[in-house]
Design a protein. Structure first.
Length: 131
């Protein structure tokens, strides 16, 4: 769980935002369905298509077709994150056709993600948190 300001909250599972509060058109929940966690895609050499369900307060049970592309190696990094970074990209094929990006270091730790929250908010860039 990640909190910012008194009224903003994100819930994640294996780096994927599965719930949001305090944003316009809140994401009530995201059921990952048969979609693998992004880290699992680091081992995949072929694109993968899967299905998950997005629940918004106004539209429960909206099924999304997701396509994961095979990982890319960016030697020089990505948006201020030093390289090398392996990037996994997922694209929502139905609905808004937006895409999320997950970045991993050489050890396979997620170092950032850029994920779609809501139409009113757009994307959020989430840096990694280290304990």
């Amino acid at each position: 769980v990640w909190y910012a300001r008194p009224a903003l909250m994100l819930r994640t599972r294996q780096g994927v935002i599965i719930g949001a509060r305090g944003f316009s058109q809140e994401l009530a929940s995201l059921d990952l369905g048969n979609c693998p966690p992004p880290a699992q895609m680091l081992r995949e050499m072929q694109p993968l298509t899967c299905t998950r369900t997005r629940n918004l307060p106004t539209a429960y049970g909206r099924v999304e077709q997701i396509r994961f592309e095979r990982p890319l190696l960016l030697e020089s990094g990505w948006q201020g994150v030093p390289g090398p970074v392996r990037v996994v990209r997922e694209t929502v094929l139905s609905g808004l056709q937006k895409g999320n990006v997950y970045g991993f270091d050489a050890e396979g730790r997620m170092v950032f993600s850029r994920q779609w929250i809501t139409p009113g908010f757009g994307f959020i860039l989430v840096p990694s948190s280290r304990r």
